[in-house]
Design a binder for this molecule. Structure first.
Ligand SMILES: C[S@@+](CC[C@H](N)C(=O)[O-])C[C@H]1O[C@@H](n2cnc3c(N)ncnc32)[C@H](O)[C@@H]1O
Length: 199
Protein backbone atom coordinates (compact mmCIF):
# COMPACT_ATOMS: atom_id res chain seq x y z
CA UNK A 1 0.00 0.00 0.00
CA UNK A 2 1.34 3.44 -0.94
CA UNK A 3 2.26 5.90 1.77
CA UNK A 4 -0.61 8.26 0.97
CA UNK A 5 -3.26 5.48 0.96
CA UNK A 6 -2.33 4.68 4.54
CA UNK A 7 -2.48 8.39 5.33
CA UNK A 8 -5.96 8.73 3.75
CA UNK A 9 -7.22 5.73 5.69
CA UNK A 10 -5.90 7.24 8.91
CA UNK A 11 -7.28 10.72 8.25
CA UNK A 12 -10.61 10.25 6.48
CA UNK A 13 -12.51 10.59 9.75
CA UNK A 14 -10.29 13.37 11.06
CA UNK A 15 -11.84 16.67 11.99
CA UNK A 16 -11.24 19.80 9.96
CA UNK A 17 -7.82 21.40 10.34
CA UNK A 18 -8.03 23.95 13.19
CA UNK A 19 -6.03 26.45 11.18
CA UNK A 20 -8.62 26.28 8.39
CA UNK A 21 -11.50 26.86 10.82
CA UNK A 22 -9.65 29.93 12.07
CA UNK A 23 -8.91 31.16 8.53
CA UNK A 24 -12.51 30.92 7.35
CA UNK A 25 -13.46 33.48 10.02
CA UNK A 26 -11.46 36.05 8.04
CA UNK A 27 -13.27 35.36 4.74
CA UNK A 28 -15.26 38.34 3.53
CA UNK A 29 -16.71 36.25 0.68
CA UNK A 30 -17.49 32.56 0.52
CA UNK A 31 -17.89 31.84 -3.18
CA UNK A 32 -15.08 29.64 -4.51
CA UNK A 33 -12.53 27.66 -2.50
CA UNK A 34 -9.51 25.67 -3.66
CA UNK A 35 -8.36 22.69 -1.57
CA UNK A 36 -4.80 21.86 -2.66
CA UNK A 37 -3.71 18.30 -1.85
CA UNK A 38 -7.20 17.53 -0.55
CA UNK A 39 -6.33 13.95 0.51
CA UNK A 40 -9.38 12.15 1.97
CA UNK A 41 -11.40 15.37 1.75
CA UNK A 42 -11.91 16.24 5.44
CA UNK A 43 -11.34 19.96 4.80
CA UNK A 44 -13.42 20.01 1.61
CA UNK A 45 -16.39 18.64 3.57
CA UNK A 46 -16.10 21.58 5.97
CA UNK A 47 -15.72 24.15 3.17
CA UNK A 48 -18.81 22.86 1.42
CA UNK A 49 -20.78 23.15 4.67
CA UNK A 50 -19.51 26.71 5.00
CA UNK A 51 -21.19 27.48 1.68
CA UNK A 52 -18.19 27.48 -0.70
CA UNK A 53 -18.09 25.87 -4.12
CA UNK A 54 -15.02 23.69 -3.77
CA UNK A 55 -12.40 22.76 -6.33
CA UNK A 56 -10.26 20.03 -4.78
CA UNK A 57 -7.03 18.95 -6.41
CA UNK A 58 -4.72 16.10 -5.59
CA UNK A 59 -1.98 14.43 -7.61
CA UNK A 60 -2.78 10.98 -6.18
CA UNK A 61 -5.60 9.26 -8.05
CA UNK A 62 -6.42 7.02 -5.08
CA UNK A 63 -8.01 9.93 -3.15
CA UNK A 64 -11.39 9.29 -4.82
CA UNK A 65 -11.63 5.97 -2.92
CA UNK A 66 -11.50 7.86 0.38
CA UNK A 67 -13.46 11.04 -0.28
CA UNK A 68 -17.02 10.71 1.10
CA UNK A 69 -19.59 9.82 -1.58
CA UNK A 70 -21.89 12.70 -0.66
CA UNK A 71 -19.03 15.07 -1.41
CA UNK A 72 -18.31 13.48 -4.80
CA UNK A 73 -22.02 13.71 -5.65
CA UNK A 74 -22.39 17.36 -4.66
CA UNK A 75 -22.79 19.80 -7.54
CA UNK A 76 -20.70 22.28 -5.55
CA UNK A 77 -17.70 19.96 -5.38
CA UNK A 78 -15.25 19.14 -8.16
CA UNK A 79 -12.28 16.80 -7.78
CA UNK A 80 -9.34 17.17 -10.14
CA UNK A 81 -6.57 14.58 -10.17
CA UNK A 82 -3.52 16.55 -11.20
CA UNK A 83 -0.48 18.13 -9.67
CA UNK A 84 -0.97 21.75 -8.67
CA UNK A 85 2.15 22.64 -10.70
CA UNK A 86 0.46 21.47 -13.93
CA UNK A 87 -3.07 22.68 -13.31
CA UNK A 88 -4.04 25.90 -15.11
CA UNK A 89 -5.26 28.30 -12.41
CA UNK A 90 -5.44 31.37 -14.61
CA UNK A 91 -9.20 31.26 -15.19
CA UNK A 92 -10.03 30.97 -11.46
CA UNK A 93 -10.35 33.41 -8.57
CA UNK A 94 -10.68 31.90 -5.10
CA UNK A 95 -11.99 33.53 -1.93
CA UNK A 96 -10.19 30.85 0.06
CA UNK A 97 -7.18 28.68 -0.73
CA UNK A 98 -6.56 25.82 1.67
CA UNK A 99 -3.27 23.93 1.45
CA UNK A 100 -2.92 21.72 4.54
CA UNK A 101 0.48 20.03 4.48
CA UNK A 102 0.57 19.83 0.70
CA UNK A 103 2.74 22.65 -0.70
CA UNK A 104 6.06 21.31 0.69
CA UNK A 105 5.61 18.34 -1.68
CA UNK A 106 6.03 20.57 -4.73
CA UNK A 107 9.51 19.94 -6.11
CA UNK A 108 12.20 22.59 -5.61
CA UNK A 109 12.45 23.62 -9.28
CA UNK A 110 8.68 24.11 -9.62
CA UNK A 111 8.03 25.51 -6.15
CA UNK A 112 8.24 29.31 -6.41
CA UNK A 113 6.57 29.76 -9.84
CA UNK A 114 3.75 27.48 -8.65
CA UNK A 115 3.28 29.36 -5.35
CA UNK A 116 3.07 32.68 -7.21
CA UNK A 117 0.45 31.26 -9.59
CA UNK A 118 -1.51 30.13 -6.53
CA UNK A 119 -1.31 33.62 -4.99
CA UNK A 120 -2.37 35.18 -8.30
CA UNK A 121 -5.50 33.01 -8.23
CA UNK A 122 -6.65 34.54 -4.91
CA UNK A 123 -9.50 36.98 -5.30
CA UNK A 124 -9.30 40.47 -3.79
CA UNK A 125 -9.82 39.98 -0.02
CA UNK A 126 -9.12 36.28 -0.55
CA UNK A 127 -7.54 34.19 2.22
CA UNK A 128 -4.70 31.68 1.94
CA UNK A 129 -4.18 29.09 4.68
CA UNK A 130 -1.47 26.45 4.74
CA UNK A 131 2.04 25.42 5.68
CA UNK A 132 5.62 25.33 4.53
CA UNK A 133 8.36 23.12 5.96
CA UNK A 134 11.36 24.76 7.62
CA UNK A 135 15.07 24.00 7.23
CA UNK A 136 15.33 22.05 10.53
CA UNK A 137 12.80 19.49 9.32
CA UNK A 138 14.35 16.00 9.48
CA UNK A 139 13.23 15.27 5.90
CA UNK A 140 15.47 18.10 4.73
CA UNK A 141 18.30 16.00 3.26
CA UNK A 142 20.34 16.81 0.11
CA UNK A 143 18.43 14.08 -1.79
CA UNK A 144 14.95 15.21 -0.61
CA UNK A 145 12.32 15.91 -3.25
CA UNK A 146 10.30 18.21 -0.97
CA UNK A 147 10.89 21.95 -0.56
CA UNK A 148 12.16 23.46 2.71
CA UNK A 149 12.34 27.17 3.42
CA UNK A 150 13.99 29.57 5.82
CA UNK A 151 11.60 31.83 7.73
CA UNK A 152 12.75 34.74 5.57
CA UNK A 153 11.98 32.84 2.35
CA UNK A 154 8.57 31.82 3.68
CA UNK A 155 7.65 35.36 4.71
CA UNK A 156 8.94 36.84 1.44
CA UNK A 157 6.48 34.70 -0.52
CA UNK A 158 3.71 36.85 0.89
CA UNK A 159 5.43 40.16 0.22
CA UNK A 160 2.68 42.76 -0.30
CA UNK A 161 0.02 40.54 1.25
CA UNK A 162 -1.34 40.88 4.75
CA UNK A 163 0.04 38.11 6.99
CA UNK A 164 -2.71 37.60 9.56
CA UNK A 165 -0.99 34.69 11.27
CA UNK A 166 2.51 33.19 11.13
CA UNK A 167 3.33 30.49 13.62
CA UNK A 168 6.58 28.57 13.51
CA UNK A 169 6.89 25.33 15.46
CA UNK A 170 9.16 22.35 15.85
CA UNK A 171 8.12 19.02 17.32
CA UNK A 172 8.97 15.32 17.24
CA UNK A 173 6.07 13.21 16.02
CA UNK A 174 5.85 10.19 13.65
CA UNK A 175 5.05 10.83 9.97
CA UNK A 176 2.15 9.25 8.03
CA UNK A 177 4.05 5.95 7.76
CA UNK A 178 4.78 5.84 11.49
CA UNK A 179 8.46 6.75 11.08
CA UNK A 180 10.06 9.16 13.55
CA UNK A 181 10.13 12.70 12.23
CA UNK A 182 11.26 16.09 13.46
CA UNK A 183 8.73 18.59 12.11
CA UNK A 184 9.68 22.19 11.42
CA UNK A 185 6.62 23.98 10.15
CA UNK A 186 5.41 27.48 9.33
CA UNK A 187 1.63 27.90 9.62
CA UNK A 188 0.25 30.81 7.61
CA UNK A 189 -3.03 32.66 7.29
CA UNK A 190 -2.69 35.42 4.69
CA UNK A 191 -5.07 37.92 3.14
CA UNK A 192 -4.84 39.58 -0.27
CA UNK A 193 -6.09 43.04 0.56
CA UNK A 194 -6.64 46.18 -1.50
CA UNK A 195 -2.97 47.23 -1.47
CA UNK A 196 -1.81 44.02 -3.17
CA UNK A 197 0.39 44.51 -6.19
CA UNK A 198 3.24 42.27 -7.30
CA UNK A 199 6.34 44.26 -8.16
C1 LIG B 1 0.10 15.22 3.91
S1 LIG B 1 -1.16 14.95 2.74
C2 LIG B 1 -2.39 16.14 3.30
C3 LIG B 1 -3.78 15.81 2.83
C4 LIG B 1 -4.87 16.76 3.35
N1 LIG B 1 -4.59 18.12 2.96
C5 LIG B 1 -5.00 16.64 4.85
O1 LIG B 1 -4.63 17.57 5.57
O2 LIG B 1 -5.48 15.58 5.31
C6 LIG B 1 -0.54 15.73 1.27
C7 LIG B 1 -1.45 15.57 0.07
O3 LIG B 1 -0.94 16.41 -0.97
C8 LIG B 1 -0.99 15.70 -2.18
N2 LIG B 1 0.04 16.27 -3.06
C9 LIG B 1 1.39 16.14 -2.94
N3 LIG B 1 2.01 16.82 -3.91
C10 LIG B 1 1.04 17.40 -4.65
C11 LIG B 1 1.04 18.23 -5.81
N4 LIG B 1 2.19 18.59 -6.38
N5 LIG B 1 -0.14 18.65 -6.33
C12 LIG B 1 -1.31 18.26 -5.75
N6 LIG B 1 -1.38 17.48 -4.65
C13 LIG B 1 -0.23 17.05 -4.11
C14 LIG B 1 -0.73 14.26 -1.80
O4 LIG B 1 -1.17 13.36 -2.80
C15 LIG B 1 -1.50 14.17 -0.50
O5 LIG B 1 -2.84 13.80 -0.71
Amino acid sequence: MGVWKKFYQNTKYNTTAKLLIEAVKYCKNKRNALDIGCGAGKDSVFLLKEGFRVLAIDSDNSVAEFIPTELLKSENFRLVIDSIEKFDLTKYRFDLINAQYSLPFISKDEFFPCIYRIIDSMSQDGIFVGQFFGLHDSWNKPTAKETFLSKKQAVNIFNNLNIIKLEEFEKDRPDASGRDKHWHVFDFIVEKNQQFARG
